[in-house]
Design a protein around this ligand. Structure first.
Ligand SMILES: [Cu+2]
Length: 177
């Protein structure tokens, strides 16, 4: 008797579960159909984003061993879109710092720039770790003045010495007018 009751009370939830599963399955199928049709009819708004980007300057920055070459080398102050284009064989980065000259940047014993010791606010932005053959972009708001563009990656060589891309020459200047 006791056994029979337990069997029964187990059987009911199992049956309910089966019904629920069927219900979910059916709902999922019809949901797909609904989504397909409703997304067609929902797309009435969101076409008001016209070209605000026209007044944004674009600067292509060629990165390779061991050069940083911005093109053009100056732009109007304001929004400037930098595209770091790594045409070299190693990973590079693009750091944008407001400074009159590379000579003003603090460097360590390996010749790398000590970014933590830059004057407050001088580090405007950077794109880290751009793979060989890849490019990446960042849009920065530049006030008029002189800037230094560089790659600050360091690598430990097989002999234990540190190779600084900055010390190798991956630095150039840029002006916002
Ligand atoms: Cu580099």
């Amino acid at each position: 008797m006791l056994n029979g009751r337990i069997m029964k009370s187990r059987a009911i939830p199992a049956a309910m579960a089966a019904v629920l599963l069927l219900g979910v399955g059916a709902a999922a199928c019809s949901d797909d159909d609904d989504d397909a049709s409703s997304s067609d009819s929902d797309s009435t708004e969101t076409t008001e984003t016209t070209d605000d980007s026209m007044d944004e300057a674009g600067v292509d920055v060629l990165l390779s061993e061991w050069i940083v070459e911005p093109d053009p080398t100056s732009a109007d102050a304001g929004e400037v879109a930098f595209k770091g284009d790594n045409q070299g064989g190693e990973v590079h980065e693009l750091v944008v710092v407001k400074a009159d000259s590379p000579d003003d940047l603090p460097t360590d014993a390996d010749g790398a720039v000590i970014e933590d010791e830059l004057p407050e606010g001088a580090l405007i932005g950077e794109i880290e770790d751009i793979d060989p053959g890849a490019d990446a972009s960042v849009t920065l708001n530049l006030e008029s003045g002189d800037y230094v563009l560089f790659c600050n990656i360091t690598e430990e060589e097989d002999d234990g010495s540190i190779e600084s891309h900055y010390a190798e020459g991956m630095v150039n200047t840029f002006t916002a007018n």
